[in-house]
Write a protein that binds this ligand. Sequence first.
Ligand SMILES: Nc1ncnc2c1ncn2[C@@H]1O[C@H](COP(=O)(O)OP(=O)(O)OP(=O)(O)O)[C@@H](O)[C@H]1O
Ligand SMILES: [Mg+2]
Length: 225
Amino acid sequence: MSIKKIIAFGSAKGGVGKSSITASIALSLSKHSSVGILDADIYGPNQHILFDINVKPIIDKKSINPIDKCNIKFISMGNLLDDDKAAIWRGPMLSAAIKQLINSTNWGDLDYLLIDMPPGTGDAYLTIFNELKVDEFILVTNLNKLALSDLKKTVSMLKKLNINILGYINNNIFNTEIITEDEYFKLNNIKLLGTFLFDNKIHEFDLDYDSEISNSISDKIVSMT
Ligand SMILES: Nc1ncnc2c1ncn2[C@@H]1O[C@H](COP(=O)(O)OP(=O)(O)OP(=O)(O)O)[C@@H](O)[C@H]1O
Ligand SMILES: [Mg+2]
């Protein structure tokens, strides 16, 4: 088993498009690379819904075998537990569940493992960074002041943990006019990888959608990693 690059997609703010964008980039990358998605949102897994996966992974004595769909390998708590089971887990149970997903999954050989991070900056983040060597972190955000305020917490945590930030994706779902590139990104030397606008095919998550912006970001990821 070998994974060439592990790339986490996240930001502390909820609902900014982390899961949708991770999924869209995975579809683009999977055209020429072997890709897996670890859905690390234990309380609110979504990847199995986006990819319409209703089966459970096959678990043998030693490992969990990811589910194949659209040429991508998936592991999500959404396929392991009934929807409401994890909802009331405390931190240690959450960490144990993430550890198990990380350490027991038989990914085979992957070029890219993408991690769909949960909102927040808590236990899930610390567990993932302890258990896995995350090569790059991609911030997904819009440029609203509330989203940016939360994003700054993510950036300061990533800096403390020495996690490399590859850049940010502006998921401009409100189609607001962007007058200038936000100073904050410049000051922190965080590059813009691309901008999504509100797109109904992302909203409905059309699995056959060949998104130009997603393709262009995935090409950048390949060239930068
Ligand atoms: N570019 C886009 N165009 C249209 N709709 C979008 C776009 N990006 C995200 N959405 C929609 O916004 C909502 C939130 O997206 P998503 O669940 O991917 O965010 P999230 O950051 O992963 O949320 P959470 O913090 O709960 O994990 C969803 O309804 C999704 O369909
Ligand atoms: Mg999500």
